[in-house]
Design a protein around this ligand. Structure first.
Ligand SMILES: [Zn+2]
Length: 283
């Protein structure tokens, strides 16, 4: 699929009722949207362009699936399971059972094995192919370009909870000249290497804070990404204190607004790209 890139105006508009057309696709004036579904403590991030719909993680339970049903979304081109923690993959078997899915990205890991096994089983039942892309892969889904920034093979060999988080799929998704960066639950060791090896490829208009805004992140990541807005998915009054105050303070220092599912519920961010308007209606 040819990617058409136009100059775009760097404007940010927040959650606006009516931004999504009745068929669930973004309207022509908001062709690239990110929706952080309110799934409590966990991640379920929906990316939509005129020709692509991608769900990154699915929360802990069937809440994400209910959100998709309420939006009458019946197909996802791609589902990415960033890593095996329950708050990211627990709800994905429901999604694969309820919605047609083109492909699943997943790196099996010993941590969260039961939830991952359930997800793999659901993918097999639904006939969804599984792929485990590594850093360096660039894949296109419709008009969306997905650059995989992590993990690299050594990260998949680690053991324990921190290693599981650091094995997260980190992806930069772009369309029409705008990008979002999603880091799963990756932590400072991963971010430090990305900053030294790939800092110029981190820039994005929207940063979904890794690990629900935890201080396990390398705070320098925020300035390197230089987003127009940051988004955090975390449960209200969650026991981990996410997002952590150091991260919130760094965003404030840099003048970057933070959209929070724990305070707002589902958060929608529109990226005003200039994708072809004619492609604005799809099924
Ligand atoms: Zn998590």
């Amino acid at each position: 699929m040819r990617i058409v890139t136009f100059a775009f105006v760097l404007l940010f508009a927040g959650c606006t009722p009516g931004v999504v057309a009745s068929d669930g696709f973004p309207t022509a004036d908001a062709p690239f949207t990110l929706t952080a579904l309110d799934v409590g403590q966990g991640d379920a991030i929906l990316l939509e362009t005129p020709k692509a719909r991608v769900l990154v993680d699915g929360g802990a339970d069937a809440t994400a699936s209910r959100h998709l049903a309420a939006r009458r979304i019946r197909r996802l081109d791609l589902v990415i399971a960033t890593h095996g923690d329950l708050d990211h993959v627990g709800g994905l078997p429901d999604v694969l059972g309820d919605v047609e899915v083109g492909e699943l990205w997943l790196h099996p890991s010993p941590v969260g094995k039961a939830a991952v096994d359930r997800l793999v089983g659901a993918a097999r039942t639904a006939g969804v192919p599984i792929r485990g892309p590594l850093a360096g892969a660039v894949l296109r889904v419709g008009d969306l370009t997905l650059e995989v920034l992590a993990p690299w093979p050594a990260l998949l060999e680690g053991a324990g909870e921190d290693a599981s988080n650091d094995a997260s799929i980190v992806v930069r998704a772009s369309a029409g000249g705008a990008a979002v960066l999603l880091g799963g639950d990756s932590g400072a060791a991963v971010h430090a290497r990305l900053l030294s090896a790939a800092a110029e490829r981190l820039r994005a208009e929207v940063l979904v804070l890794p690990h629900h805004g935890s201080s396990t992140s390398d705070l320098r990541l925020i300035a390197a990404v230089a987003p127009t807005v940051a988004v955090v998915s975390a449960g209200w009054d969650n026991p981990y204190g996410h997002p952590h105050r150091e991260v919130v303070a760094e965003l404030a220092r840099l003048g970057i607004p933070l959209r929070r599912t724990d305070e707002e519920g589902t958060v929608t961010v529109r990226l005003p790209t200039r994708l072809p308007a004619a492609a604005g209606v799809g099924g």
